[in-house]
Design a protein around this ligand. Structure first.
Ligand SMILES: *Cc1c(COP(=O)(O)O)cnc(C)c1O
Length: 398
């Protein structure tokens, strides 16, 4: 048996690799540089062009670009009409923002449990948590895999709920051939550097509904309309008049971020294909390792995977998740855990959310870590990650 790096052995690779990173090419640099010398550096033609491109890529009728994915979710909560006294159902196995957007508008997040194999929100658990206060569902395409749209849609229709998809992980993913972004009432994207494509910070919201689109725009731009056709005052005093119609925020994206994202979008297919190839290679490598459990995919989802999660099979390994994680790190493969269940955070604990709420999510959390997955990884990088997993599994195999 090989000596683990954590015990003084030689690491499987000499340079540290992280779980994710962006890929910025010369074309992206040029696009940003060109945008900076134009007439506008915010709210200009590149933002408009980006929103059109996002509609093309997602198949949505409308797109609003915003400054980050969290702002997208906040606007979605506003457009869905969530407020004090309302409940919004989401998953605990996500980034905090998926739940926080309810709190921003004074509503209450309610956590439904996840499917133990796909790790996505369980439609039965959504239904079990519906009360007469429930107004919306935020379903997260966890790791990029599409949620069970058909069943969740049916539940939301039956109970009159707005269905918001947190697709921060899932640009490029399709469900039954339809791209994420065009399927449900509102879809939110993030373009943070670890996500599939990036604008540094950035986000977008898509919808097919003109009324939701109007609300999303207003929420992200101070609640202000510049279009006289939409004015409450039908006789504005002059051409300088704009109207603040609701309370909104300044969540705009700049033109140079839009230039970067538009350039990145042209490479979405390439990035997506590379991610899929790496996922296939990992799946193949772990298929005959009962010590490692991999995420199950539903056949409806054609997934552009954002994260690759391995789950340790406790019955087959004699180490803790912490020991495995630290051993990977010593082999120079820096993993991360996605995610600590949201309601474990002090903010939620102080508000009365108790551990034990979602047993599946909690059990999954205990044994998972995300291994490196990003398009710029070379085949050698991929093989070194597999070698590190194998080496540590060999050492701790029961
Ligand atoms: C990244 C992420 C967000 C937030 O996006 P930001 O752009 O970082 O604000 C929201 N939800 C999920 C699931 C995410 O992964």
């Amino acid at each position: 048996m090989e000596k683990l790096a954590i015990h003084g052995g030689t690491p499987v690779r000499s340079k540290k690799i992280y779980y994710g990173r962006q890929w910025i090419g010369d074309d992206d640099v040029k696009a940003v540089a060109d945008s900076l010398t134009g007439d506008y550096i915010t709210c200009g033609p590149r933002v408009t062009a980006l929103e059109q491109k996002l509609c093309e890529v997602t198949g949505a009728k409308y797109a609003v670009s915003v400054c980050n994915g969290t702002a997208a979710l906040h606007c979605a909560a506003i457009a869905a009409g969530l407020g004090p006294g309302d409940e919004m159902i989401t998953t605990p196995l996500t980034f905090a923002a998926s739940a926080n957007c309810a709190v921003y508008v004074g509503a209450t997040p309610v956590f439904a449990d996840v499917n133990p194999e796909t790790y996505n929100i369980d439609p039965d658990s959504i239904e079990a948590h519906i009360t007469d206060k429930t107004k919306a569902v935020v379903a997260v395409d966890f790791t990029g895999q599409a949620v069970e749209h058909d069943r969740i849609r049916e539940i939301c229709d039956k109970h009159g709920l707005t269905l918001i998809i947190d697709a921060a992980h899932a640009i490029g993913t399709k469900y039954n051939g339809k791209p994420e972004g065009s399927i449900e009432d509102i879809t939110c994207f993030s373009f943070h550097p670890v996500k599939t494509i990036t604008s540094g910070e950035g986000g977008a919201i898509t919808t097919n509904d003109p009324e939701l689109y109007r609300k999303l725009r207003l929420a992200s731009q101070h609640g202000i309309s510049h279009d006289p056709a939409e004015f409450v005052d039908k006789n504005p005093e002059g051409p300088w008049v704009y109207e603040m119609q609701t309370l909104g925020f300044n969540y705009r994206m700049t033109d140079f971020q839009a230039a970067l994202l538009t350039s990145q979008l042209t490479k979405l297919k390439e990035f997506s294909d590379r991610r899929k190839a790496i996922v296939n290679r990992y799946n193949e490598a772990f298929a005959d390792m009962p010590e490692i459990i991999v995420q199950k995919e539903i056949p409806e989802s054609d997934t552009t995977r954002h994260l690759y999660i391995i789950r340790l099979n406790k019955d087959k390994l004699s180490c803790t998740r912490r020991e495995f994680f630290d051993a990977m790190s010593a082999e120079n493969v820096q993993c991360q855990v996605h995610y600590v269940p949201v309601y474990y955070f002090p903010f939620y604990q102080e508000r009365g959310y108790k551990k034990g709420l979602c047993p599946n999510a909690e059990a999954i959390y205990e044994g998972i870590m995300s291994i490196p997955l990003y398009p710029m990884m070379t085949d050698d990088d991929v093989e070194s990650v597999i070698a590190a997993v194998k080496k540590i599994v060999d050492y701790y195999r029961k």
